[in-house]
Design a binder for this molecule. Structure first.
Ligand code: BGC
Length: 457
């Protein structure tokens, strides 16, 4: 009997650790001129308020001040073995100031200059977020000067022929919202709706595209499950309560916006996960598929009936493995694949066909129009960015050619930006920014993207 059990266990383990193939699609050599995009396709770039504006006081800025020293001390341990060139980023990554957003890249004051650069490149759309903490610094006290600021940004975009795409919440909350327990507190749903009402009543006639939330699932993961970012709560259960409230907030905001203007288009953005086991054994594969299902569908399943478009954000595949030990007998870990030459400055794997695979998966389930609201690469030398954009657009085009309605592509980010707990060292920008002088430099890849856009118009 004992022997049979042992053989059975060995058999099960052998099956679970069976290596599986990891098929990868190669991007062929091609001439960009041959890619025909629809006339009305939006060519854009994205930012979020806290990451570029500067001068914000919100849930995240408080956290930065508390954690900057620790993040600087931990940088070597976290990144040295992952990034392609630790020496190139070392000084920045080990300086506490890197982790404090401060005046960021001063987009708040320099938006006009930035919009003119977008115009010169031929961009037709700009996705940015409104900073709730500016518009409502105290509960129920709205600041009309800040409203005027955003009105001016939107006016200036229209004058430049650029369509505004507005995110209503991109990770940061006013301090009074954080103080009342953020999204875990149902009161925040009511407050959010008042804020949305204020914004859409005042700016609604000039904005057609709204995003209620940026990546709600990633917020739950980093804020409540891993708990390493604000509000730093390590509780699965509380994360689920929070998610339920964000889901309701989306549904009600959708109704509110659409009641005011039935032509408006409302969606949210999804950090789409393309998960693989690493190594790709059966057990890791199953875990990866589980993660993919939860990350891609937990929010969308419950909001899809109140969604006009899905904002899909894709950067890189995620690799997962079951590891023994930890609090329980085993746990799931996101792992780093062995370094290859095809990685970004942050060590992320570059896999352009992944954008196509995720578009197909999401579309086949939800059948709603898709916008690529983020896709980008940290690349301080600007050696890989042009190729990155070109190859990802190849696969976006492929999806369109197969009949999937993908309405636009927004590169992340328009400017070098504040990358949350990584601070300023990763350089995502089409436009490089020297933070000492705030001088803008249009990178070669931005000009390449501009050429691609002009070829298509
Ligand atoms: C977020 C951005 C972030 C980007 C690159 C996305 O998940 O929406 O705020 O900067 O990834 O890290």
């Amino acid at each position: 009997m004992k022997k049979t059990l042992l053989i059975f266990i060995i058999f099960v383990l052998a099956v679970l650790y069976l290596p599986l193939p990891s098929p990868r699609k190669k991007t062929p050599e091609f001439d960009v001129k041959t890619l025909k995009f629809p006339e009305e396709f939006y060519w854009g770039a994205s930012t979020s308020a806290h990451q570029v504006e500067g001068g914000n006081h919100n849930s995240f800025s408080m956290w930065e001040i508390k954690n900057a020293g620790r993040l600087a001390r931990e940088a070597e341990g976290k990144f040295k073995d992952i990034v392609p060139d630790w020496n190139a980023i070392k000084a920045e990554a080990q300086a506490p100031a890197n982790y404090v957003s401060g005046d960021a890249v001063d987009h708040y004051h320099r938006y006009e200059e930035d919009i003119q650069i977008m115009k010169s490149l031929g961009l037709t759309a700009y996705r940015f977020s409104l900073e709730w903490s500016r518009l409502e610094p105290e509960k129920d006290k709205f600041d009309s000067r800040e409203l005027e600021h955003y009105r001016e940004v939107i006016r200036s975009l229209h004058a430049a022929g650029i369509e505004p795409f507005v995110t209503l919440w991109h990770r940061t909350s006013p301090l009074w919202v954080a103080g009342q327990g953020e999204w875990e507190n149902p009161e925040t749903v009511k407050d959010y709706l008042k804020y949305v009402d204020y914004v859409t009543s005042n700016l609604g006639s000039d904005v057609k595209y709204w995003m209620t939330f940026n990546e709600p699932i990633l917020h739950i993961l980093s804020g409540y499950i891993e708990g390493n970012l604000p509000p730093e709560i390590k509780s699965y259960k509380r994360g689920q309560v929070t998610l339920a409230n964000m889901t309701r907030a989306h549904q009600q905001a959708y109704d509110l916006i659409r009641q005011k203007d039935s032509q408006d288009q409302v969606g949210s953005t999804l950090a789409v996960v393309l998960a693989e086991g690493y190594p790709n054994t059966l057990i890791n594969y199953l875990v990866a598929k589980y993660i993919e299902r939860r990350a891609n569908h937990d929010f969308l399943n419950d909001t899809i009936s109140k969604t006009d478009f899905i904002g899909l954000q894709y950067y890189s595949p995620g690799y997962f493995a079951v590891k023994f030990g930890g609090k329980y007998l085993f746990h799931i870990e996101q792992v780093n694949k062995a370094k290859s030459s095809d990685i970004t400055d942050m060590g992320w794997d570059i896999y352009p066909a992944g954008i196509y695979e995720t578009i197909k998966k999401i579309y086949s389930r939800y059948r709603k129009p898709i916008l690529i609201t983020e896709n980008g690469i940290p690349d301080r030398e600007d050696k890989k960015r042009a190729e990155f954009i070109k190859n990802h657009l190849y696969w976006v085009h492929q999806a369109i050619a197969e009949g999937i309605p993908v309405g636009g592509y927004f590169y992340w980010s328009l400017l070098d930006d504040f990358e949350w707990d990584k601070g300023f060292w990763p350089k995502f920008g089409l436009i490089g920014v020297d933070r000492k002088t705030q001088k803008r430099t249009i990178r070669g890849s931005a000009r390449y993207y501009g050429e691609m856009i002009k070829m298509r118009q």
